[in-house]
Ligand binder design. Sequence first.
Ligand SMILES: [Zn+2]
Ligand SMILES: [Zn+2]
Length: 551
Amino acid sequence: MTNKAVARQLALTADLIELTGGNPFRARAYASGARTVERLEAPVATLAASGELSGVKGIGKGLVADIEELLASGTLASTDALLQSLPPGLPEVMRVKGLGVKKVRTLWQDAGVTSLDQLEGAAVSGRLAELPGFGAKTVQNLLDAIEHLKAYRGKAHLRDAVGPALAVRQRLRAAGLRADLAGAVRRQCNVVDALDLLAVGTPAQIAEALGGGRAEADRVEGAIPLGLPLTVFAATAQTYGRVLWERTGPREHVDAFTEAHGAPTDVAEEQEVYTAAGLHPIPAPLRDDPHWLTVAREPLPTLVRTGDLRGTIHNHTTASDGAHTLREMCDAARERGLTYFGVCDHSRSLQIAHGLSLDEMEEQIARVDALNAAYADEGVDFRVFAGSEVDILSDGAMDYPDDLLARLDLVVASVHTGFSMTEDEATARVVAAVSNPYVDVLGHPTGRLLLRREGYPLDHEAVLDACAEHGVAVELNAHPFRLDLDWRFVRAATERGVPVSINPDAHATDGLDDTRWGVASAQKGGLTAADSLTSRSADDLGAWLTARRPG
Ligand SMILES: [Zn+2]
Ligand SMILES: [Zn+2]
């Protein structure tokens, strides 16, 4: 568990105590404990293991026990109990942006609001404006935030849906049924709103294999804890290929195919749907882009795979807001079969993420040099690139002076602040950044967090034109909430010769594994290993970076 995750749990506990009218001193102890943990230099797990945690100012005996419980089990039993004691709709009200815990308590205790719908009703009816602290502007902001939350209901990140979907498939296969994923999960959509699978069997057999669900004429319906509907479609051995193709979708692909080639006949294997029409089989992730159906008479690209990636760039360490040291992160990358690591901690103006001052950047460069020397001494073939994730300031300038940037191996430029921009403003800001001769990679181009916040609007074509002009690569940030560059613009990048860099943006060693979500999204965009920046060897990447340096 990272320091951030522990801090989040402690802060939640503080909120829940306050919300339920508990002891305010206890609430305050948790809140300040959360801030302390967030600011710790070393991983909280390391301190707990060595017994040093009890010596940290602001962390009393009770908190030490709670943190140990969190580290061991991932949750706090007392917090879970508080959550269970709330009206079921109240946690969703707590997620409304702009509502502090005090306001939620007022809404609940004084206005009887215990769900998002009730909150919306109270806001619309004007009843809310009668409560202290709910002026007209606050109410309007609340209505916007509610609309936002509602739009995301019933949807999940691909990361959270894949596990349950594979578990269902496993159960079907364990019962001896041929079964596969279908629908949006199989197409590797970033966000999914349903789990669809397919199995050979009658609905009754499928329901028995699942141990539940409603058997309908051609399917079994159920739900998973995530709140998503689950459907397992029934097929026979003879129809399996056709039904898998239909249920994988999307509807637009099925319709466009049928219009151009006629409805497919029953086939046992899905690829025969395409080969019977004289086409190369279109991999499921590509089917959301109508382009591929129009070019499938020719062989389709071989999509990049996780195993093609030789290294990783854009990762954080304890120097800024990461949970592990440079050495720990690099060793974790080596364990994953990678041959290089780009350290890109935050730059000086991003203080909430402990951005590095100029002096701290000097230390970072020295740390990288020392680690490279240590690996060489140990006979380990592994290279560390000294980099930075440099903030793009509001005017598009870089957060570090050129003379420092010139000494780095690698510069990723990202926007982290000032998101309320028009498309013109955002585009100009990002274009200015990638026009800086020291910038190598544009980080998470829109700043979006899927199912959390929209990114700023961006003219992707103009930005990718500028990347092409200046030889800059574009990141496909692999964090399952980001997946930014959006897969819909991967072709726009590669058609311009702009390499796409699948970056885990890891803030802890296990964050390196997020690469798989970036690869899934890159595949969806049709990316090949040849156009993937980190599929290059350390020498090739090093040569590319050196060649880009001015002077
Ligand atoms: Zn970033
Ligand atoms: Zn980052």
